[in-house]
Write a protein that binds this ligand. Sequence first.
Ligand SMILES: Cc1ncc(COP(=O)(O)O)c(C=O)c1O
Length: 364
Amino acid sequence: MKIPMVDLKVQYQGLKDEIEEGIGEVLETARFILGPNVQSLEEEVASYCGVKHAVGVASGTDALHLALRACGIGAGDEVITSPFTFIATAEAISYTGARPVFVDIDPRTFNIDPDLIEKAITGRTKAVLPVHLFGQPVDMDPIRDICRRHSLRIIEDCAQSFGADYGSVKTGAIGDAGCFSFFPSKNLGCYGDGGMVITDDDTVAEEVRVLRNHGSRIQYHHSSIGYNSRLDEIQAVVLRTKLRRIDAFNGRRRANAARYTEILVGSGIVTPFEDEKGLHVYHQYTVMSDRREELRQALADQGIASAVYYPIPLHRQEVYGKEWKGVSLPVSEETASKVLSLPMYPELSRVQIEEVCDTLTEVL
Ligand SMILES: Cc1ncc(COP(=O)(O)O)c(C=O)c1O
């Protein structure tokens, strides 16, 4: 049985009529950029996340970049983040002229280890950028406490955690700004690129609105050098359709994860740890094994997809490697050598999960 990592076609079949009707209306009205659907989506996401403002932008990378700039991060500053994430997290910091400072992760959650943050703070540190990796919320209380004591901003990378809770608060609504990616395979994904910044801070929201639109508040009046980073109406239609179902989608991801764990626990594979302080939304179901390559091969032989997120931590990437040469972040390095993500999407069936697990347990 062929099993992909994600199956966006099957989800589209269930949403087809609603999405096509909405896109049809956009085509009829010919209002394509920053129109009524983007405005409604912004209101709906703000209400869903319990914040005052949501600002649609062109991608998750832009959401991070613009949020950092709106929080006043710039040349010469340092921003503490995780080395075990997608490159965009650090790229966004580098775009501002600031320097990403990598702090090792907690081996159970794969998220930045709050206990190691304080040691990394210098006179140049301006912000902490935690990443809620694979849909698991970072333990934010100690980070909030550190940032309050050192007057640091918090910008959350929520690219993989739309709908996840920490306590009773949505990820993204905890720090000064939360940044979402709507890349198609994300928990809330559109049919192209898209992103969003959420915040309770009026100044940050206003600054992101200006930056996303060429530094302009009034058409053809430019107060700063901004960007072309707007969300379009067609993507907003897709996102509004999916937002109405996001809790059900995330619920199915959680049920799929529970089924995987039920079968795999005790098999020799390390199944994902769920931190009870938060609600994990399983953007990825990621296990660990010393025999990863053998497992990957066995899955591939059966037509089952798997992926390694991420094989090289950012301090070992060519682009940051020179600066970080000789610095070891051992947990990230070891984790990167053992992680394996298995197929995960809401529509994944029990039979498919059982087939993936049978293939793995046979090897073990
Ligand atoms: C953790 C993380 N941060 C940032 C991004 C960047 O988002 P985008 O691809 O929408 O620019 C992604 C997604 O690709 C991601 O997984």
